[in-house]
Structure formats: structure tokens, C-alpha cells
Design a protein around this ligand. Sequence first.
Ligand SMILES: Nc1ncnc2c1ncn2[C@@H]1O[C@H](COP(=O)(O)OP(=O)(O)OP(=O)(O)O)[C@@H](O)[C@H]1O
Ligand SMILES: [Mg+2]
Length: 312
Amino acid sequence: MIEASHLTKYFGDFPAITDVSFTAHRGEILGFLGPNAAGKTTTMRILTGFMPPTSGTASIAGYDVVSQSLEARRRIGYLPETVPLYTDMKVKDYLHFMGTIRGMEATDLQRRISEVVQICRLEDYYSSHIAKLSKGFRQRVGVAQAILHEPEVLVLDEPTVGIDPIQVVETRQLIKDLGGEHTIILSTHILPEVSMICQRVIIIHEGQIVAVDTPQALAERLEGTERIQLEVVGPTGQVVRALRAVQGVQDVTFTDLGDGRGIYSVMSRRGDEMRIALAKTVVEHGWGLLRLGAVTMSLEDIFLRLTTTEEA
Ligand SMILES: Nc1ncnc2c1ncn2[C@@H]1O[C@H](COP(=O)(O)OP(=O)(O)OP(=O)(O)O)[C@@H](O)[C@H]1O
Ligand SMILES: [Mg+2]
């Protein structure tokens, strides 16, 4: 449904993105995860036909975003980083305006406006001026205009940025509900967000793709490394030192639970023998071992590893 092939974009002699290739399948929610200046917005602007790539190609439903821009754009709904809302307009007038400039027919448009207002839960604000809406509700108006012309593909640039936690939950749910029917690509720099919403994630860093996988598989990809958690009763300083001294341990952090208890998080080489060695160390010192187990690495762990390996 979305096909990007070797996209490169230069601003002057600065490469904002280099050789970016990926595919998003029909009905898939694809996450674009990367820190500031990674090239997320640049890629999305190319996909939505706002600017051409310096080299490479992209297509939406088979239509090239440059040479068949009109056909491609008809199939895309775009929520830009900053939504250009006309704040002196009422929600209903704004949606009407957006539909009209996209060439929607009057009867079709009226039906569709009531649908998107329902989907985006804007019923109570239908006749409100956009200027009076909170950031979260403005964002919903942004989503409403993006889906108005019933596009097959949605490109959402940081859809949850700057809105409060409750509305973030609702917006994420809205996006999930829109998936399945739409192919969605969304950008974010919030790591847990992609595991919550997306089926696949592309990690982009300094304009280059460093990984493409399911959030699950990415977590498993850190072969050779494992995070083991131990709950121990013992003198924290000494416990940390003893654990650090175990061969194969890369790093130890701990949380003090009080009463001489602590939770120790150990990054180590993978393998049963590591857990055996850690347990042995605790017991041989005469400390109490309450719990020991491997924990799945967070996307944050993975992201840091992938990007730091790239730089190294
Ligand atoms: N119009 C432009 N002119 C010059 N440089 C640009 C332009 N647009 C983007 N850049 C540069 O390209 C790089 C990628 O920017 P982009 O906006 O795509 O990043 P991003 O991943 O969306 O970041 P953020 O998370 O901050 O939104 C940055 O270094 C940025 O300064
Ligand atoms: Mg951006």
C-alpha cells in the first residue's frame, strides 16, 4: 500500500534522509520511531507529496507520489506536525471547507462530516470555534480532516504530541480503531507508544533506517544480552559490588526498597549459567535471594543499543 524505495533528501548539502526504503501493507499500523531530527517529518512530507525526494521513489496504492501526485494524494490523509487549522472557523465550517477544496460532492460531504465528527468524538464541539478548543480536541479536528475524504492511507506526524495523558489514551485508541480499515504510518519519539499502537516499527536515526521489525521481535533481537532482575535482602553497596564482579555482567542498577531490600537489574551475557552464577553469588554471601528472573528489554534499551552501535 505504501512503498518507499531508496528515498534520499538533501537540504543544500545536508542529507536529511539517506536511502530510506520500506513497505507498509494494507491495514497495517506502522510506527516511525526516532529522536528529534531523525528525518521522520521529511519522509512523511515526501510520501504526502509536499516535496519531492532528491532521489529514490515512493508510491501510494501503486501511484507514484511525484509523477502521479494527484492520484496518490487522493488516497492519503495527512495529519501534519502542526495542523494548519483556521482558528476563526467553526469545526463544521472548517471540515466543510476542507472537503470542498478536495473536490467532495455536497451530499457526500455532509454525510461524511457527520461520520468523522462521530468517529473523532467531536459532537459537542461541532459548532464551536476552533480557537476555543483545547490542544487535544484541535488534534482530533486534525484527524477528522485527514480521514474526511475516506483515504486508504493515513500519515500521522506525532499525533499525540502536546496533549494531556487522558486524551493521549483516547487518541491512541482512535488510531487503533482506524487501523485495519486504513493503512497507517505514524511517527513518534515516544518509545512505549509504538508497542501500544503499532504492528511494526521502523527505527530511524540521523536519516537512516537502523531497524525494521515488530516491537516484540525487536525486544528479542538483542541476542547475547539479557536483563535479569533480582530481589535481594542484603547491604546494597556490597550486593552491587558483588554482582558487578560476576563474570559476564555488563551493568548493574538498583532500586532501594528500604529495610535492607533492593531490586537489582543486571545487564549480562545471555545464558542459564549467568543466572546460576548470580544466584550463587548472593547465597554464598549469606544474603537473602527473594526473586530472580529475566525481564524483557524495553524498546528504550533496544533503541539505545541500535543507535549507539550505529555510531560506534
Ligand atoms: N526545510 C528544511 N531545510 C533545511 N533543513 C531541513 C528542512 N527540513 C528538515 N531539515 C533538517 O532535516 C533533518 C530532519 O528533520 P525532520 O524534521 O525530518 O526530523 P524529525 O524526525 O521529524 O524530527 P522531530 O522529532 O524533531 O520532528 C533535521 O536535521 C532538520 O534540521
Ligand atoms: Mg518531525
